[in-house]
Design a protein around this ligand. Structure first.
Ligand code: E4P
Length: 217
């Protein structure tokens, strides 16, 4: 499973990239608004750090407006992927962009049939939001499993990005289901690595080593 980071913060992206496990980045208007920088400049800075795909979302609600914004965003860097909400106009824009060879990430996906339509319109990625479904008492990961099943039935190559991740359990279950990608907030990436038995183990090894050195003297 590929690991993307879900942030627009350059420091977080640098730190995750230094771990050697980062395959890409997803941003959204909310995440970019937290950075208090010109969004294009921020995206440019992000693209300089990461080799993989960087999702940048359109704001327009009409298909032609989305395509215009996409053309503009693509000028930032070759690794920009255009994030588009799954709507009627979003699907039209996806079709136009896929014909032009521009990769899209269809976002705000809350049903398997939305995901099927996204794929048919030529989306490169689809992003089911698991945390936001959990928030309304609906098992978000069931959506991921359904999309995986449907895409498998028809040999669809659109990649599934599990989004709106809130905890390591979301990441574990995404991997069990066989999702292509998990886009994970920085805090959760750091939680993935932590295990108290690893810390206790290191402490014990170092103590025993110190004792050995002491007896050797
Ligand atoms: C995905 O691409 C979105 O940026 C993100 O995962 C949304 O997560 P949230 O529900 O925590 O805002």
């Amino acid at each position: 499973m590929k690991i993307f980071i879900d942030t627009a913060n350059v420091e977080e992206i640098k730190q995750a990239n230094d771990l050697g496990v980062l395959d890409g980045v997803t941003t959204n208007p909310t995440l970019l608004s937290r950075e208090k920088n010109n969004p294009k400049k921020q995206l440019e800075a992000i693209c300089k750090i990461v080799n993989g795909p960087v999702s940048a979302e359109v704001i327009a609600l009409d298909a032609l407006g989305m395509v215009r914004e996409a053309d503009d965003l693509c000028k930032i860097s070759g690794n920009i992927v255009i994030k588009i909400p799954i709507t009627t106009e979003g699907l039209k824009a996806t079709k136009i962009l896929s014909t032009k060879g521009i990769k899209t990430n269809l976002t705000l996906c809350f049903s398997p049939l939305q995901a099927l339509l996204a794929a048919k319109a030529g989306a490169g990625y689809v992003s089911p939001f698991v945390g936001r479904l959990d928030d309304v008492s609906t098992e978000g990961l069931n959506l991921v499993a359904d999309i995986k099943l449907i895409y498998g039935n028809y040999g669809i190559s659109t990649e599934i990005i599990v989004a709106s991740i809130r905890s390591p359990m979301h990441v574990l279950e995404a991997a069990r289901i066989g999702a292509d990608i998990a886009t994970i907030p920085f805090k959760v990436i750091t939680q993935l690595l932590k295990h108290p038995l690893t810390d206790i183990g290191i402490e014990r090894f170092l103590n025993d080593w110190d004792n050995l050195k002491r007896t050797e003297r």
